[in-house]
Design a protein around this ligand. Structure first.
Ligand SMILES: C[S@@+](CC[C@H](N)C(=O)[O-])C[C@H]1O[C@@H](n2cnc3c(N)ncnc32)[C@H](O)[C@@H]1O
Length: 378
């Protein structure tokens, strides 16, 4: 990993901007965190996600899918399906409701996770497994139905900036001098071999971000790749809804002067820290999502922002409490209740995680967003 990273830094003239470094650390073929064999998601991995915590999440999302599919027909396309847990629950729930889509397509950039998905979803009942397929790139003909992405936006590479004398300086990654050749054989990662550098004025910041209002030394992140990603998604969605769930905030809250260290976090064996320059290729790197940027890109792509709410409000509106209450036997119900608390409680995932619905040609409101409408904050 480190030799390839050193070569990439050299080829870039001595420093990579942070987004290029993150792209490398997460997605370099055969080496990056998502490309290589690290266990990643769930117990025994580095982090967990809502579909891994409980099938309650997928059951709720399945009911939202059913409502949309009843109008649009067509298929479900999931981006970045992780271990396949969400897909499995959605297919089983829709089968029980006699509302299966023709196809459940998955677009996954990680060969390793794709193999795990194939194993997991291949073990479903044959009538369900037969509907699942993997695609390499977005279809050229717009589709009808539902697009899903849980915790995918936060995995798109971000740039980092630091405020110096009222202007934003772009941060990058370089080799740490003579130590640059050293690598820590025990962890497999280069430790102390990389350093952060400032690369000049940060380009392409959100246009309405008032950098002058931020304190000296403030650090933040932004994603130049987000708008093109949403534009591509918009071009794919002919009729239906895209449901994107992730941790994040509207822009004004995300870049609040009090949040002076930004939101970039690394996940390594269920420990969270803020140093992306260690364990390169062995740890996840993420940053919170600017949901105002998502909404702006969606509008530019001709989509309607049909809803924005917290994960708790989404799941409550989609009947999570009924799911728990009707679980039998009692021991299973208690376990589900504990899972629901993790998904719903503000101190856990309930408030930090948000859901945004982007639609095209869909008249009726979406049930998942009926309880709470936070769109005015975007
Ligand atoms: C944090 S994991 C979330 C996995 C899963 N959705 C879940 O909730 O458990 C991020 C996922 O997004 C995938 N991914 C990252 N960038 C992607 C992209 N541009 N297109 C599709 N998948 C992507 C990763 O390989 C991984 O499967």
């Amino acid at each position: 990993m480190f030799a390839a990273l050193r070569a990439a830094i050299g080829a870039a003239g001595g420093a990579l901007d942070f987004a290029a470094f993150m792209q490398f650390a997460l997605y370099a073929p055969g080496l990056g965190y998502y490309s290589a064999g690290a266990h990643k998601i769930g117990p025994g991995g580095d982090f967990t996600t809502a579909p891994e915590i409980s099938p309650l999440f997928g059951r709720c999302i399945a009911r939202q899918c059913r409502e949309v599919l009843a109008v649009t027909g067509g298929n479900i396309l999931e981006f970045g399906a992780g271990t396949g847990a969400l897909a499995a629950t959605i297919l089983e729930t829709l089968a029980a409701l006699d509302a299966l889509p023709e196809r459940y397509e998955i677009l996954e950039v990680s060969a390793d996770l794709r193999a795990r998905q194939q194993q997991r979803l291949g073990a479903l009942a044959p009538a369900l497994a037969a509907r699942v397929g993997w695609i390499e790139r977005l279809p050229e003909t717009p589709l009808s139905g539902v697009l899903l992405a849980n915790e995918v936006l936060d995995a798109l590479p971000c740039e980092r900036f630091v405020v110096r004398a009222g202007s934003a300086r772009r941060l990058g990654v370089a080799l740490a001098g003579a130590q640059g050749a050293a690598s820590d054989a025990a962890s497999g990662a280069a430790v102390g071999a990389l350093r952060e550098v400032e690369l000049g004025d940060a380009p392409a910041l959100p246009a309405d971000l008032d950098v002058a209002a931020l304190p000296e030394g403030y650090r933040g992140e932004y994603r130049p790749l987000l708008a093109p990603w949403i534009a591509a998604l918009g071009a794919t969605l002919g009729h239906g809804a895209a449901l994107l769930c992730d941790y994040g905030l509207p822009r004004a809250a995300l870049y609040h002067p009090d949040r002076r260290d930004g939101t970039l976090r690394c996940h390594f064996r269920h420990r969270v820290h803020d140093d992306p320059l260690v364990h390169v290729g062995l740890q996840d790197i993420t940053a919170w999502v600017d949901f105002t940027a998502v909404a702006e890109a969606a509008v530019d792509a001709g989509l309607e922002v049909a809803g924005f709410t917290t994960q708790a409000a989404l799941l409550l509106a989609l009947g999570i409490e009924r799911d728990v209450a009707t679980t039998t036997p009692e021991s299973a119900r208690l376990a589900r209740a504990a899972e629901a608390r993790r998904l719903l409680m503000p101190a856990e995932m309930g408030e930090t995680f948000k859901a945004i619905a982007l639609t095209r040609g869909l008249e009726q409101p979406l049930s998942g967003f009926a309880l709470q409408d936070l769109r005015r904050q975007l």
